[in-house]
Write a protein that binds this ligand. Structure first.
Ligand code: NAD
Length: 499
């Protein structure tokens, strides 16, 4: 018997009634370990109704009190870090150390959101006209929806929940149906931290649940992270239904390697950024662009040497550098792309398709794969593979290298490796990508800055976390006030006399 998960609505575990279920795997073993109910419109409606009923009371609590709930939540998650990481790793397939990182990067946004009393302060202009003052307030939107991907089942829900809840909103979270247990547990921990019932609801589901959220007029805003076609669909549908939306999509992140870079350091960094978490990261490096033939040849040799030493294993194996992919479909997609790359004429230097892990032969494993001489017209360059495949695109000079990420359809992250400040500075200024790393391969900004890609990697105009998230989850009200002469002008405080 596999476990059956529940929704979390109005502070209660609610058994699914739709009759539809999704399978949750243990990707290391390739076995189903739980089934997750997929909500129908009625169940999603119940979550929205609970959120709508709970939201005014939550918003009426002062921001310091809301911050205290987040503070308590931080300690509860920290106390349970090992169990949460094990649960996350067992459904996603990333290693335990990486699973802790997933939770930790989410907690940092909760920490940021505990500053909400300060973050919510408005603006004030005294005497904008004679006797006239103008001030602004930030007020919560009401009920908001969060729709999140499988690849960061703790971090991305927490990136939404921290700012949304701190601002006084109620949330309906629809996490990925592939690894739903950690988001569910996080909702329980929020409740244990004192979040009133109904302020955070978790409904599991697929397109049916998402479409209900997108069309319900009680939902004021939708925050989405996932693949680009779905991000675009959600952005268009949510905005067509009058909602605020920020939708983050797929990526093809380049690392430019200048001839003056320390190639041993670069190779180490690229191995981690390209293959960590089996490449299932939106900020993974999937394209390395060495500048000049000599740089390329030296880099390729160093990469091959390091790939040979990689250890792919079960996600609970402490010696594993990375674990399995999330499901069989992911493995099949990557295998197809590797085959396509060969057909397109790229040079396959390391082929991860033959990998098996002893004792876990049915697991969703695929080994690190390296292509050289990939060109911009190839589909393996243009499309997101989302697996442990690194492509080398050789560039003749800096300008050619700069054009590659700038002209690419995606614009999430990019990195440059160089020892020259002038080159790095020019690159950061001119590259057409949202997040830039200088000698940093995965430049995920820290919680109090903002995260967001450009072009097909992001739809909407405000980024995640940092100050943008407070703007996204509040609406601004601006008050212009003039007070006619009042008590101070009258003699009301003077002791009455008879004359
Ligand atoms: P996905 O698009 O398949 O799913 C994301 C969410 O959308 C899930 O909750 C899923 O249930 C829902 N969904 C799926 N199909 C839908 C449909 N037809 N209609 C409505 N909802 C639907 O993405 P994924 O496979 O879970 O995640 C991997 C993708 O997410 C990659 O493309 C990756 O680059 C991207 N990603 C982007 C960022 C970022 O910040 N830009 C971060 C993490 C992941």
């Amino acid at each position: 018997m596999v476990r059956e998960l529940t929704h979390f609505i109005g502070g209660q575990h609610v058994t699914g009634t739709s009759g539809a279920f999704g399978d949750v795997y243990d990707p290391s073993l390739g076995q189903v370990q739980a089934r997750v109910p997929l909500a129908n419109a009625e169940e999603v409606g119940a979550a929205i109704a609970n959120a709508a009923a709970a939201q005014p009371g939550w918003a009426a609590q002062n921001p310091q009190k809301r911050a205290r709930v987040l503070m308590k939540f931080l300690t509860l998650v920290q106390d349970e870090m090992d169990e949460l990481a094990a649960l996350l790793s067992s459904e996603h397939g990333k290693t335990l150390a990486d699973a802790r990182g997933d939770i930790q990067r989410g907690l940092e946004v909760i920490e940021f959101a505990t500053g909400i009393p300060h973050l919510l302060k408005g603006e004030y202009t005294e005497s904008a006209g004679t006797g006239i003052d103008v001030y602004s307030m930030r007020q919560p939107l009401g009920v908001v929806a969060a729709i999140t991907p499988f690849n960061f089942p703790a971090m991305i829900p927490l990136w939404k929940l921290g700012p949304a809840l701190a601002c006084g909103n109620a949330v309906v979270l629809k996490p990925s149906e592939r690894d739903p247990s950690v988001p569910l547990r996080l909702a329980e921990l929020f409740a244990a931290a004192g979040l009133p019932p109904g302020v955070l609801n978790v409904v599991h589901g697929d397109k049916v649940a998402v479409d209900t959220l997108l069309r319900d007029n009680r939902i004021q805003a939708v925050g989405f992270v996932g693949s680009t076609p779905i991000a675009q669909y959600i952005y268009e549908t949510a905005t067509a239904h009058g909602k605020r939306a920020q939708c983050f999509g797929g990526a093809k992140n380049h690392a430019i390697v200048m001839p003056d870079a320390d190639l041993d350091d670069v190779a180490d960094q690229l191995i981690g950024a390209g293959y960590g978490s089996a490449g299932e990261r939106c900020m993974a490096i999937s394209v390395a662009v060495p500048v000049g033939a000599e740089t390329a040849d030296r880099l390729v040799a160093k990469l091959i040497e390091r790939i040979g030493k990689l250890n792919v294993g079960r996600s609970d194996d402490p010696a594993a550098d990375f674990g399995p992919m999330v499901n069989r479909a992911g493995v099949d997609r990557v295998r197809d792309y590797i085959q396509l790359g060969v057909e397109e004429g790229a040079e396959l230097l390391v082929d991860g398709r033959g990998l098996t892990v002893e004792g876990a032969e049915d697991g969703f494993f695929i080994g690190a794969t390296l292509f050289d001489k990939v060109t911009p017209d190839m589909r393996i360059y243009r499309e997101e593979i989302f697996g442990p495949v690194l492509s080398i695109v050789r560039a003749d000079d800096y300008e050619a290298a700069l054009r590659l990420p700038s002209d690419h359809e995606f614009g999430n992250g990019v990195a440059i490796f160089t020892r020259d400040g002038d080159t790095a500075r020019d690159f950061a200024a001119r590259v057409q990508v949202g997040m830039v790393g200088i000698n940093v391969p995965i430049p995920v900004p820290i919680a109090y800055h903002t995260f967001g890609g450009w072009k097909a990697s992001g739809f909407g105009d405000l980024n995640q976390h940092g100050p943008d998230s407070i703007r996204f989850y509040t609406k601004t009200k601006t008050v212009t006030q003039r007070w006619p002469s009042g008590l101070k002008e009258s003699n009301a405080f003077v002791i009455p006399t008879m004359d």
